[in-house]
Write a protein that binds this ligand. Sequence first.
Ligand code: ATR
Length: 295
Amino acid sequence: MRVTAKTRVCALIGYPIEHSLSPTIHNAAFQHLGLDYIYVAFDVQPNRLQDAIAGVRGLGVHGLNVTMPHKISIIRYLDELDGAVRNIGSVNTVLNSGGILIGYTTDGVGALEALRHAGSDPKGRKIIVLGAGGASRSISFTLAEHARELIILNRTLEKALALAKDISEAFGSGVNVRADRLSEESLEAEIKDADVLINATSIGMRPKENETPVRRRLLHGKLTVFDIVYDPIETRLLREAKAAGAKTVDGLSMLVYQGAASFEIWTGAKAPVEVMRRAAIREVKGKKYRHTGGM
Ligand code: ATR
């Protein structure tokens, strides 16, 4: 990679960011397309976020990815917000457009594209989402507009109900969304005629890779099972889903498609997703990660 005086800088800000795959994914893509961009990562503690954004403005950093714990708190420092951000309430991508900082979220789109590219377009489907945290919020808001029926199941019922209510209020009668407590009974009742099951919890992530949110006997061959956990790449849930004849989508796929959407916002170029995925796999296999659907 040749860095020149004209090289545009994109950066990840988060805390901690040392395990992030994003620099590998994006630099591989810039290099593949011969774009004069570079991607770096900055550890930004919560009390330095405002300074960091002033730095972005002062230095003319071209684009940002934003991860925990800044996805919500960054909003107040930005100039404009994409429509989806107003619903979802978090930002993972910033474009510096001639000094105007515009916030976007590509988490939900990453999940949608990962499903579509696996041949499981969520349009008209019954979808179950496990979890009601930040990752579930982005995914559920995005998929609710496409699904025939969206069911949010969460250990803490109140959080599932609140998320379902937010989605219903945002989209009105155009969406069909329900919530229940995550339990063997609720799963058994809902999974029989479901088309897509998404694990948006951290269950099954290393070092607890022996755990799974869904008992094996409930999985069936008509399902597409999508796990946002990407360490390990093949979680116990995905392994058992495959054995039950289900189609599977891994968390690395979501990471790559969400990165691809950010890449396209910064560069206007079509992202080379296969190059990005191969770079991510090489990096994951060589190291240990402790992240779920983060960057
Ligand atoms: P993220 O931003 O990755 O979504 P989060 O906002 O902390 O992280 O949300 C984590 C989600 O995983 C929540 O839905 C959480 O359930 P609760 O709302 O009940 O806490 C879920 N989760 C994490 N560990 C879990 C476990 N062992 N069993 C069931 N759900 C779990």
